[in-house]
Design a protein around this ligand. Structure first.
Ligand code: ZN
Length: 359
């Protein structure tokens, strides 16, 4: 398969074009590392000005969407140690966090001394959504180049549940631990406005509503959240403009008592569902859902190209894929078994009203 000679994007990536030298259009458009470093300084100073303006004005300065993975752990540590922010940490339990992730989260939040909330939505609703996303893409096609459909669904619920909480508590900063590969620097500090958030919510919540109906309402914003005075808060992804160095991050993780969970895939440090989502995406679209992120990290000099290729070629653990698949399909299988059983029983007299057992 043809792969960009500079980054790692393959010819199967949506909309990709190569020039005669075998460089992809994203590499040709990249303005260079020097330019990027200047932009990072600008964003860093913008961030520091916002801190001066908002720090200490509310009970919490920031709400961090905390997955328990290495990037969001590092983000938390930076904001607490380097900037002294008062942070409310929010973790979404999608039913597939490894046991080690729960231990990591406890260690990290206790060591850093921050308030923490676990939010675990009804698993029956999540299962219905994830299962549907494993069968087809329910979101606009543009989302497919950045993430698997399952990840997009999960992230939509995480983002809007966290935003809802931040609005209700009057917290000025919504923080994400996106790596520089996951977010363009131009989106790393964004002031929310009601119109923009409504459009974003509409594009993500509508397809989920079609799967799960009213059950998803508590995870998204409702009319009262859209009042204009609510929208002073900023979305900030600090790793896009602060130092991002994997060796430094792993050193900090060790100091915080964070250990890599054993059963995750090469692109996740906190979620088992990710393995399943990757396999489904690769089979269906012929490219890795992390190709875009890794290509950007390589292009911008954060990651070695050879290492990125190894990561992209690494297969997910069958044991993890199987565990997720069984947990997602449990209900469906039970339902099918029952139907079969009912059909057999239905032929006998046992199911006559008032005489047989009913299921
Ligand atoms: Zn490229």
């Amino acid at each position: 398969m043809k792969i960009c000679r500079k980054c790692v994007l393959p010819e199967t990536f949506p909309g990709i074009r190569f020039n005669d030298e075998g460089e992809c259009n994203y590499c040709q458009d990249f303005k260079g590392k020097k330019n990027l470093e200047q932009r990072k300084l600008q964003y860093r100073s913008k961030f520091e000005k916002l801190i001066l303006e908002y720090k200490g004005k509310a009970n919490y300065d920031a709400l961090l969407s905390y997955s328990g993975g290495k990037d969001s752990t590092y983000t938390l540590s930076l904001l607490k140690k380097q900037y002294g922010l008062k942070i409310l940490v929010f973790t979404f339990d999608n039913g597939f966090l490894p046991d080690q992730t729960f231990r990591n989260i406890r260690n990290v939040v206790e060591k850093l001394g921050v308030d923490h909330i676990f939010f675990k939505p009804n698993f029956h609703i999540l299962r219905k959504i994830f299962l549907e996303c494993s069968k087809k893409n329910i979101f606009p096609d543009t989302t497919l180049s950045r993430a698997s459909t399952i990840c997009t669904a999960c992230m939509a619920i995480v983002k809007f549940s966290a935003l809802r909480l931040a609005l209700e508590k009057g917290i000025p900063f919504m923080i994400y631990g996106w790596s520089p590969g996951q977010i363009p620097i131009t989106s790393s500090i964004m002031k929310n406005n009601a119109k923009m958030v409504r459009v974003m919510q509409e594009s993500l919540a509508r397809p989920l509503f079609a799967v799960a109906g009213d059950d998803i309402k508590p995870y998204f914003l409702e009319n009262e959240h859209f009042r204009e005075h609510n929208f002073f808060l900023y979305n900030i992804s600090p790793l896009a403009f602060l130092n991002y160095d994997e060796t430094m991050i792993l050193k900090e993780m060790a100091e915080l008592g964070w250990k890599a969970p054993p059963d995750v895939d090469a692109n996740s440090t906190n979620c088992l569902l990710n393995s399943f989502a990757n396999v489904v995406h690769k089979e269906r679209y012929g490219f890795h859902p992390y190709a875009f992120e890794l290509a950007k990290l390589v292009r911008e000099g954060y990651k070695d190209r050879e290492h990125a290729l190894i990561v992209l070629r690494q297969r997910e653990k069958y044991r993890t894929y199987n565990f997720v698949s069984r947990k997602l399909k449990e209900e469906e299988q039970t339902r099918n078994k029952r139907t079969k059983y009912q059909k057999i029983r239905g032929r006998s007299k046992c199911l006559e009203p008032g005489k047989g057992r009913f299921f």
